[in-house]
Design a protein around this ligand. Sequence first.
Ligand code: TXA
Ligand code: MG
Length: 352
Amino acid sequence: MLRCSGLKKNTVSLQKLLLMVNELEIKKAARIIQQGGLVAFPTETVYGLGADAFNPQAVARIFEVKERPSFDPLIVHVASMDTLPLLTENIDKRVYELADKFWPGPLTIVLPKSKHVPDIVTSGLPTVGIRMPDHPVALELIRYAGCPIAAPSANKFGKISPTSACHVRKQLTEVTCVLDGGNTSIGIESTVITLNPDGFVILRQGYITKNDLEAILPQSEQELSKEIKLASPGLLKSHYSPDKPFFISGNCDFPFDKSKAGFLSFSLKDVKGYKIVEYLSDNSDLKQAAVNLFGAMHRLEDAEIDFIVAEPLPEHGIGIAIMDRLNKAAYKSGRLMTMIGSEKSDCTKKHG
Ligand code: TXA
Ligand code: MG
């Protein structure tokens, strides 16, 4: 299927998107949201699995379908600044400056939650993550539903994020309403930030970089302190994991048979020896690599190979967010190799 494969440049035009998902489909989906059901929908970052943010039973279904632990809070999506006072209180003026520059767009701002937001949305935290997605289908869906939409990425918990409707259907077979807006145009999730009196803290790296934020805000980025880490239960070491061992090249110094492996290339051209190679960019462009990242990971997950090796990317600009995804995808396999390695050295100690 064309939409599931291939190296892709960037944005799909607005008219083309609205042709893919017609008004009637969006209205039907909005009705499902109003009736307490779930809808998977495209955003500019990844597909979301949405429910009425004010309906605790509907939100509980999101956690069930995703198999997501209840400690990991959801982002609430809005289509207008007018909704903000319903979700949060004492709005900091920096929120308006950020919204002016980055909304609609891939920035989530964690703010004090109002009493109207059910605890299940925020996993009992006193804060709520809010973002206005930059996608006509997402915005229309929120408008027709007439409520803010709570939505995590539309994948099983800990698995590869979805950048197409095919990816959603692959993992969330029980979701019957999937609005198909084609491939997403940015390809990685929003940057999640929180504000404090001294500046801002990045809770999740994403498309909007520290430099982008520092150009707008008067104060600079603050360190992710222990206290903030405790208040951000979504900061997990393992995530985005394919159903196959996944390594970052350089961290897999064991002898392996390349012909049984897949390779995820960023800058290397004409890679030889691997059974399958996915090229993230044709000119080492980080934004293009972000667009193609999860699609390539899904194809490697589905390919007949034993494991996947990824080339590390330069850690500047959006490369920081991409490497965050690769490191988390490689976390479990890396730990396993360390365990095997230490078992081997234990054996050497005992018997050697
Ligand atoms: O681009 C995106 O952000 C996508 C699209 C669908 O909008 N959504 C997304 O949602 O990636 P999810 O649930 O997969 O990731 C949301 C992240 C999690 O790490 C969660 O812990 C964090 O945002 N988060 C949400 N609310 C929070 C809060 N009140 N405090 C701290 N972290 C929060
Ligand atoms: Mg996610």
